[in-house]
Design a protein around this ligand. Structure first.
Ligand SMILES: C[S@@+](CC[C@H](N)C(=O)[O-])C[C@H]1O[C@@H](n2cnc3c(N)ncnc32)[C@H](O)[C@@H]1O
Length: 258
């Protein structure tokens, strides 16, 4: 009898950001294949009887190649097991979840997807950065920094306005910032890099388009990190900022913008 596959979005890495549906799926799993950006420390509690397989996917380093992960999922399901694929963030946001779903469809294996809290939105939020704020930004764009953007993509992004969120963007930050500047983005545009969101050692580095590469180098910024480019970075805070201070910053922006 064929088993099934459930892709589970595990959120940005903290166990209490797993959804109720994610916890239920883990509890029903025979085998869990997990990534390192997923909250794998929670597996002992939520999948105590399942076989656990570390497929070790960190940015730029796939311990098990993508096609082998897909083959493993299918193999487990065809052997009659319920295989849960625990992924970081949301499976459909720059996470290759759709490729895994297609592999299951091709093999005739039933598959469903549990959405997760994406790092693209939650990690900036963990640093106090909202992606939208009335009067500052009414749109956001999420891009992959895995490979450098093309000139036409850079031109488009630079002209779009709003907030730009970059995942996997630490290595390509120099070409991104130089490209946005070339296509007219102001040198003073605020930029934040939030490393290891929701972990005890979460850290935010703040600069502007002109100096963020220098600031990142000086701070020794590493992956995983989310880069945020836009006026909303002015609202970044570590939880200690007073309401009065934040309102002052928003008002200062409104005064400049008007
Ligand atoms: C392959 S992408 C997967 C994104 C995932 N599907 C999501 O929705 O969050 C991995 C990238 O997400 C970002 N990321 C994920 N979790 C993070 C965290 N806790 N702190 C900072 N960045 C994180 C980093 O940019 C990392 O390189």
């Amino acid at each position: 009898m064929t088993g099934r596959v459930t892709l589970v979005g595990g959120g940005p890495g903290r166990a209490d950001l797993l959804t109720v549906a994610a916890v239920r799926a883990l509890g029903a799993a025979d085998v869990v294949l997990y990534d390192r950006l997923a909250p794998y420390e929670a597996l002992a509690e939520y999948a105590p009887t399942a076989e656990l397989v570390d497929v070790g996917k960190t940015p730029g380093h796939h311990a098990i190649p993508q096609h082998e992960i897909e083959a493993l999922l299918v193999e487990h399901a065809l052997a009659g097991r319920h295989a849960v694929r625990l992924k970081g963030g949301d499976p459909y946001v720059l996470g290759r979840g759709s490729e895994e779903v297609l592999a299951c469809h091709r093999a005739g294996v039933p598959v469903d997807v549990v959405p997760g809290v994406t790092s693209a939105i939650s990690v900036p939020g963990a640093a106090g950065i909202p992606l939208t704020h009335r009067g500052m930004s009414h749109l956001f764009t999420v891009v992959s920094g895995h490979a450098p953007l093309t000139p036409s993509e850079l031109e488009h992004l630079a002209g779009l306005g709003g907030t730009i969120v970059v995942l996997m963007g630490v290595n390509t930050l120099p070409s991104l910032t130089a490209g946005l500047a070339r296509f007219g983005m102001r040198a003073e545009m605020p930029v934040a890099i939030v490393e290891r969101g929701f972990r005890a050692d979460q850290r935010t580095t703040i600069g502007d388009l002109a100096d963020i590469v220098f600031a990142a180098g000086r701070a020794g910024v590493t992956s995983p990190a989310v880069v945020v480019i836009g006026e909303v970075v002015r609202l970044a805070h570590d939880g200690d900022a007073s309401a009065a201070e934040l309102m002052e910053r928003a008002a200062a922006f409104a005064a400049v913008a008007s």
